[in-house]
Design a protein around this ligand. Structure first.
Ligand code: ADP
Length: 483
């Protein structure tokens, strides 16, 4: 072959190779570069010739590394492979590259030339970045799975557990090694309406399945759960795995039960006075005459209805944090006396003890009146007909206390922590008197809204004392509205 032609084609190959070639001398001055390198960086041969150093083409961090690590290593071992640098280009963004260098001894070991092959690493950097991001996302996701309170299971296409999160250990009440390897059909029994084969074929079709069931935990306790099964499909649409998310729904079930009981109780409580009102009205119509006792009964029962509806509305206002107070400075002694006087006295008179001087408090008279009426009504409701009820108003420093004591049924100790909860009623006394279990809840919230507190002491079979403590209003310049 013609030698000239061979040299030409080698130069052609060298010049347009899919990588950059850079030759530098021992002072790092660029002696030669190929066309590919010039095309990538946008420099001309003349701009780079003789005075430019390779390090001048690098970004500052790259240059520091190149001068302090790369060159010393190259001089020491004669070659360095695959090191990443960033080249500052003429009219385009920085070019990420991978550089491989070998040192060439030209003659008698001197002078030295460095031949570097430069690869464009743009794609590689992008992949690395994407990989890093994907890894970070995967780590985040697995942190979510670990921290989730839901139980998460990963299963084979046949429904055998391969892995589970700590949430699943809590839900099943078992450690992971007791769950992993178990079959789905043993772990959560299916509702009667569902067959395992049906679930599997839904998943094979790529459809998710939602169900609710009750699982037996490690300690033999039953736990109602919702289960969401999701299929993982392969490239050919085949089922490659199943994931399950199990959620403890015991609170929701308890709430549903409570709502159900509440509806039953409310309708019962509202229907009683309505029935009585209708009965009396029909009787008056039948007899075509006005009966005072029937009219009185109608008025009493309508009042009861009114109070029930009032309590329901007030409870929902409190729940929605919309309880508003219309406060003024009032005399608490007079207020308590009024509440005692307004209570229908069927049994023994209520014994009232108060200081002689007025005790000013900043309060919503109507709401506070409701609190004392609730406590007094309860004291009557949950005591024998003639038993003694005492109300004592006492000043204690900057506070005033109102204690309502009865000698009635008392409250069992285990019920005391729940006594101010919404709709709570003590089972043992629930039949003894009508009620919605809202009075104490409302009273508690009203007293708290006044900056006070309410407490209870009770001995089963001996009696109960509810004590309301309110801050005294020291500012005597305010007018006390006395009833
Ligand atoms: P209600 O009386 O409508 O049931 P409350 O909220 O006023 O609702 O009271 C809640 C429960 O607390 C009552 O059902 C009753 O079991 C108990 N309770 C309240 N006051 C007394 C009391 N003075 N003596 C005994 N039990 C009481």
């Amino acid at each position: 072959m013609d030698e000239k032609l061979l040299r030409q084609s080698l130069e052609e190959l060298y010049g347009h190779a899919p990588c950059g070639y850079v030759v530098t001398d021992q002072d790092d001055i660029i002696v030669q570069v190929n066309q590919t390198f010039l095309n990538w960086t946008g420099y001309t041969q003349s701009a780079l010739s003789s005075t430019a150093r390779f390090s001048d083409l690098l970004t500052a961090p790259s240059r520091i590394f190149y001068e302090n690590q790369y060159l010393p290593l190259l001089r020491m071992q004669g070659h360095v492979k695959e090191v990443a640098f960033d080249i500052v280009c003429r009219d385009r963004p920085v070019l990420p590259v991978l550089v491989n260098s070998v040192q060439r001894v030209v003659a008698d070991g001197f002078p030295l030339l460095t031949v570097s092959i430069v690869f464009d690493a743009t794609d590689r950097r992008r992949y690395e970045r994407e990989l890093l991001q994907a890894r970070r996302r995967a780590e985040q996701l697995s942190a979510v799975v670990v921290a989730a309170s839901d139980g998460i299971l990963s299963m084979t296409p046949e429904g055998r557990v391969e892995a589970c999160n700590p949430g699943a250990e809590v839900i099943f009440g078992r450690v992971a090694r007791e769950i992993v390897g178990g079959a789905m059909r043993d772990l959560f029994p299916l509702p009667d309406s569902l067959e395992f084969q049906h679930i599997l074929s839904e998943l094979q079709e790529g459809r998710s399945v939602h169900l609710e069931t009750t699982i037996r935990q490690g300690n033999d306790q039953q736990l109602p759960v919702s289960v969401a099964l999701a299929p993982h499909l392969g490239l050919l649409g085949e089922l490659t795995g199943i994931s399950a998310i199990l959620r403890d729904i015991s609170e929701r079930r308890a709430l549903e039960r409570m709502q159900h009981e509440f509806l039953a109780m409310t309708s019962h409580e509202l229907r009683n006075p309505l029935t009585s009102i209708r009965g009396h009205a029909q009787m008056m119509k039948r007899r075509s005459e006005y009966s005072e006792s029937s009219v009185n009964a109608i008025i009493t029962q309508a009042g009861r209805l009114d109070r029930l509806v009032d309590d329901l509305l007030l409870a929902s206002q409190i729940e929605a944090k919309r309880l508003t107070l219309q406060q003024s400075v009032i005399d608490l002694v007079a207020e308590v006396r009024l509440a005692v006087e307004q209570i229908p006295a069927d049994g023994a008179p209520i014994h009232l003890e108060t200081p002689t001087d007025p005790l000013p408090v900043l309060a919503d008279r109507h709401r506070l009146g409701q609190v004392f009426a609730n406590l007094l009504t309860n004291a009557i409701k949950y005591s024998a007909a003639e038993s003694q009820i005492r109300v004592r108003v006492t000043r204690r420093g900057d506070f005033v206390t109102v204690a309502v004591s009865d000698q009635g049924a008392g409250i069992p100790p285990e019920a005391l922590p729940h006594i101010f909860s919404r709709f709570y009623r003590v089972t043992a006394t629930a039949d003894q008197a009508k009620g919605l279990g809202l009075g104490l809840y409302i009273s508690h919230r009203i007293v708290e809204a006044h900056g006070g507190r309410i407490s209870v002491e009770s001995q089963l079979g001996q009696g109960t004392t509810f004590t309301v403590t309110l801050p005294l209003r020291d500012d005597t310049s305010d007018n006390i509205e006395v009833q």
